[in-house]
Design a protein around this ligand. Structure first.
Ligand code: UDP
Length: 255
């Protein structure tokens, strides 16, 4: 992995220059952080699983007409993606109240919202990714009004599609975060879904029991963190039995 020029290192991923212009290699680490970097740890095998889970979801979304940055998976921890200028906004969808909305508004965790809602945060680690209004996005020119229309429409479609995928494997999509990028090709600019979609960026609760199968197990020291990520992958069929051959416990330990 060090044969390539590193472009950026984030909390859970490293970006390297891709083999061709306009491409980037996204490397998934096992590192986990929470509460604005105050809690740090390792979730063994997370990078391998998130690489595979995010690939699966991005491919399903692309089939449904959502443009994504994903090009192909290269190996257990790396995928090739389109180089993008990241829109500095985290787009959050909530179907059920959990996490920061509960603290902020005094709402009980698990309360189903009457309809999905969207929130925006400004991507800035030093400021702790503060919640912002659409007005801030417009006035500071972080995204144009037409880009925001596309972002909002795409995000609600993504919610519909992945809620359905997770419902099909017995999991309730409580909330999730997505990011978008501008992919430049000559004169053309295309807005694409970027970053990742994985149990790092989604809350997933088992139907019936409300058992958490996501990063909240790490945030809240609930134990069985690795097992939760593995279970999401298994339920999606990303196991050796399905012929993919990558996501076995043995291989994760070796990687
Ligand atoms: N999220 C994320 N990255 C962030 C902040 C949030 O992936 O920097 C995800 C988080 O995993 C959850 C959703 O976005 O699925 C909503 O997160 P929330 O605002 O409740 O913040 P948190 O409780 O994670 O601090």
């Amino acid at each position: 992995m060090s044969r390539r020029k590193q472009i950026y290192e984030g909390k859970a991923k490293i970006l390297y220059e891709g083999p061709e212009p306009g491409t980037i290699v996204q490397y998934f680490k096992d590192d986990a952080t929470a509460f604005n970097n105050q809690k740090k740890g390792t979730i063994t095998g997370k990078g391998v699983l998130n690489n595979r889970i995010s690939e699966f979801l991005m491919l399903r979304l692309a089939e449904m007409g959502i443009p994504t940055h994903f090009l192909k998976r290269l190996n257990m921890r790396e995928q090739l993606v389109k180089a993008c200028e990241i829109v500095p906004i985290e787009v959050i969808v909530r179907n059920t109240a959990a996490g920061s909305i509960c603290k902020r508004l005094g709402i009980e965790e698990g309360q189903k919202l009457p309809r999905p809602i969207i929130e925006f945060c400004y991507k800035n680690d030093e400021l702790g990714d503060p919640l912002i209004a659409e007005e801030h996005i417009a006035v500071f020119n972080w995204a144009s009004p037409s880009e925001m229309d596309e972002i909002v429409n795409m995000t609600f479609r993504i919610n519909d599609i992945i809620s359905g995928i997770f419902a099909g494997i017995g999991l309730k999509l409580i909330d999730f975060k997505v990011e978008y990028g501008r992919h430049y090709q000559g004169e053309e600019v295309q807005l694409v879904l970027a970053d990742e979609i994985s149990p790092d960026s989604c809350r997933l609760w088992e139907f019936g029991t409300n058992r958490k199968l996501d990063k909240d197990r790490f945030r809240q020291d609930m134990g069985d963190v690795e097992e939760a990520y593995q279970e999401v992958a298994n339920r999606l069929g990303l196991t050796p039995k399905s012929g993919t051959g990558e996501v076995t416990k043995l291989e994760i330990i070796k990687s």
